[in-house]
Design a protein around this ligand. Structure first.
Ligand SMILES: Cc1ncc(COP(=O)(O)O)c(C=O)c1O
Length: 377
């Protein structure tokens, strides 16, 4: 059987990894500033992570949600503490799309409404509702199409107000990334997020903070939305949560009262996934990784702003977008194949940095030096 060929691949096979270094099958070493797409949060093969997962694997890897899994409660407590939302409730699932799917469904159960507000440039995943709320017609199949989603321009407060005025009492939820990732590292303004909060309160709509990419400490805050000084009703998360072990979740405001059967999953919250997620939070707390993300991120952003050829630098913490002029469209590939540095990309010609939260200033300097060579060339 062949693989279903949906991914454009770089001709590199990574066979070992440690921290922010990965090695390919030829033994060549790379600096990983991509983190496998914002997934590697505490570094590859972190010893505490490996030990916690190995120990768990030797005890029990999986049992279904028909029995008590105390690791889930342990995870909920730790996550509540680190995110500053101890009064929220946790529902565990397996991916970012599934987290958003459940968030949108939960909102609709809550207010018994159908309409969703999403934003141009947004990405929320590839399952039915999550993809319908994603601004990319190419990945929305006919079966996913729905009139229930309205796309508004990002950061346009007037359009938001007008929409709520027109049919606010039909709106079930507003879903928004604190910083658009796939959309090219575009930050929601503080006042825009505050406006969403106010209008959702006024119309009893649910504010869903998609934190799948911008959350989990990446920006220096636990959730990127925290920056605006507001609290969402539901936070979805996934990528950095398991440092590569598939796990997703929604953190749910206390105002939602659950009922048995409302949400569910076979694999979500299994023993191994919880052990992985706990190991991540333990390392984040012990090594103060949110602070590191902010400090190294601030350093990178301020240094990048000094480059003449870079047309814009956006983002916060370790979620950084670098705009390059068209004639430098080769730079991302050159960083990978000449300098052996993994970075991410977004269209048009944006380099995305999404490294582990414990990268060092020396890693940042290695990247800045390579970029400087490419932009001089
Ligand atoms: C903001 C955001 N939401 C949701 C998703 C979907 O996550 P997953 O690929 O785990 O389903 C992604 C993935 O890139 C994302 O960036």
């Amino acid at each position: 059987m062949k693989l279903f060929d949906v991914y454009p691949l770089n001709p590199i096979e990574i066979v070992t990894a440690s921290g922010s270094t990965v090695w390919d099958a030829n033994g060549d070493e790379y600096l990983d500033l991509y983190g496998g797409h914002a997934v590697i949060s505490i570094g590859h093969t972190h010893p505490h992570y490996v030990k916690r997962l190995t120990d768990q694997l030797n005890k029990v890897a999986f049992y279904s949600n028909s029995v008590i899994i105390s690791l889930q409660q342990e995870l909920a407590e730790k996550l509540g503490k680190l995110s500053g939302k101890s009064d929220f409730q946790l529902f565990l699932c397996n991916s970012g799309a599934e987290a958003n799917e459940n968030a949108l469904k939960l909102a609709s159960f809550y207010n018994n409404r159908k309409k969703i507000i999403a934003f141009k440039g947004g990405f929320h995943g590839r399952t039915s509702l999550a993809v319908a709320a994603t601004d990319n017609p190419k990945i929305i199949a006919a079966v996913n199409q729905t009139d229930n989603v309205t796309f508004l321009p990002f950061n346009d407060e007037q359009a938001l107000e007008d929409t709520f005025k027109a049919f606010g009492h039909e709106i079930s939820s507003v879903i928004i990334e604190g910083i658009q990732g796939v959309g090219g590292i575009r930050e929601a303004s503080k006042s825009f997020l505050q406006k969403i909060r106010t209008l959702c309160d006024q119309y009893n709509a649910v504010y869903i903070a998609d934190s799948v990419q911008c959350g989990y400490g990446r920006t220096g805050n636990f959730y990127a939305h925290d920056y605006a000084g507001i609290e969402a009703d539901v936070y979805s998360m996934a990528k950095g949560m398991g440092n590569g072990f598939p796990i997703g979740a929604i953190a749910i405001s206390p105002k939602f009262k659950p009922w048995h059967g409302e949400l569910g999953t076979t694999f979500g919250g299994n023993h191994l996934a919880c052990a992985a997620a706990l190991a991540v939070l333990e390392v984040m707390e012990k090594d103060n990784l949110m602070k590191n993300a902010q400090e190294v991120g601030d350093y990178l952003i301020s240094e990048l702003k000094k480059f003449e050829k870079i047309t814009d630098v956006r983002g916060r913490g370790l979620m950084i977008g670098i705009d390059l002029p068209d004639e430098y469209s080769h730079v991302k590939k050159d960083l990978l194949f000449k300098h052996r540095i993994f970075t991410g990309e977004a269209k048009p010609n944006v380099i995305r940095l999404l490294p582990a939260l414990n990268i060092t200033k020396a890693h940042a300097d290695q990247f800045l030096e390579a970029l400087s060579k490419e932009l001089k060339a």
